[in-house]
Design a protein around this ligand. Structure first.
Ligand code: GDP
Length: 365
């Protein structure tokens, strides 16, 4: 399964946020394929469309789709040189598909900052630099192998060499790989290097309880936003402390608490949605009397493989998919009416499933 790693310096609020994640946690019985590991938190992906479909179909049960956050502790300055738990930290990051980078944007004199003062950009750079240095080492090793072949006019080697040098130059200026623009062909080569700074990043600005409503007025948050924009990354603002309180509530209680706070959506829900989209994931639905359920696919997945997410038999025996878009279905008000209106299509094995499709698979067993 795809996973997002949570990173950040000590005392920025990572554990508080991760605890909120596990507290809000999905009922794992519904997700037997998810990892069981104390460092992995399974979250349900909030989706109002699922509520609407439930109201319409009135099924026996409703199951949201889920994905994982992995808590990656142990970053310190010097990690790329193997300081502290450095190597372990880097190898954990190598295994995740995207990074949620928690940054301290709250003042609290009672909570020591590892560097003595609150300075989100410096913090971000400490971690990013460790990742950049690790990538620089990767790239330099590769240059050592490719340079000679490039000099002998090997065509492929010349193309790769160009990419490697571009990366090395960026790293030497302390810029992450994701801040560089490559051609499609070059991107393939970059992907093959498995660089840490090529992974998409979401910055999570952790603000104080009293500043959650006025993030525009928080200079730390503004700085993080400016910084993130330069490397094409996104920022989510949360108050980890409040999130841990919200996570203990459900349903109406949760709604009321959010209303009292004056916010529409919890920071955690925003984070989950943003991470989901950062991973390039889409949701399709199945909607039967027994169960209305959301399923996760990578953007661009074709119908048989999308069916395979439900069960491998569905992929193997795939015949056709009956598909109606969420918008068409809810506008029609029921599957029967949608069919009368000709909104339900029969699609074959080359159909690319779209976000929001409501699908019924036909298959041979
Ligand atoms: P970690 O080392 O990054 O995992 O940080 P922790 O989650 O353990 O948080 C460090 C300290 O900061 C703890 O005492 C938390 O209660 C506190 N803390 C975390 N988030 C917030 C926050 O949003 N506001 C305030 N005031 N304190 C927070």
């Amino acid at each position: 399964a795809l996973t997002t790693g949570i990173v950040g310096l000590p005392n920025v609020g990572k554990s508080t946020l991760f605890n909120a994640i596990t507290q809000a946690g999905a009922e794992s019985a519904n997700y037997p394929f998810c990892t069981i590991d104390p460092n992995v938190g399974i979250v349900e992906v909030p989706d109002v469309r699922l509520n609407k479909l439930t109201e319409m179909v009135e099924p026996d049960k409703t199951v949201p789709t889920a994905f994982e956050f992995t808590d990656i502790a142990g970053i310190v300055e010097g990690a790329s040189k193997g300081e502290g738990l450095g190597n372990k930290f880097l190898s954990h990051i190598r295994q995740v598909d995207a990074i949620s980078h928690v940054v301290r944007c709250f003042n609290d004199d009672n909570i020591t900052h590892v560097s003595g003062s609150v300075d989100p950009i410096r913090d971000v750079q400490v971690i990013n630099l460790e990742l950049i240095l690790a990538d620089l080492e990767t790239v330099e090793k590769r240059i050592g192998k490719v340079e000679k072949m490039a000099k002998q006019k090997d065509k492929e080697a010349i193309v790769e060499y160009e990419v490697l040098v571009k990366l090395r130059d960026a790293f030497e200026e302390e810029k992450p790989a994701r801040s560089i623009t490559f051609t499609k062909e070059q991107e393939k080569l970059v992907k093959g290097l498995h660089l840490l700074t090529w992974k998409p990043v979401l910055y999570v600005a952790n603000v104080s309880e009293d500043e959650l409503l006025d993030t525009e007025g928080n200079p730390y948050v503004q700085k993080v936003k400016e910084f993130a924009a330069k490397e094409n990354s996104e920022v989510i603002v949360v108050c980890a402390k409040i999130e841990s309180e919200i996570a203990e509530l459900e349903g109406e209680e949760k709604e009321e608490f959010l209303q009292d706070l004056g916010i529409e959506e919890s920071g955690l829900d925003q984070l989950i949605k943003a991470a989901y989209s950062l991973l390039g994931l889409d949701t399709y639905f199945t909607a039967g009397k027994q169960e209305v359920r959301a399923w996760t696919i990578r953007r661009g997945t074709k119908a048989p493989q999308a069916a395979g997410v439900i069960h491998t038999d569905f992929e193997r025996g795939f015949i056709r998919a009956e598909v109606v878009s969420y918008d068409d279905l809810t506008a029609a008000g029921s599957m029967a009416v949608a069919k009368e209106q000709g909104k339900v299509r029969l699609e074959g094995k080359d159909y690319v499933v779209k976000d929001g499709d409501v699908v019924h698979f036909r298959f041979n067993v």
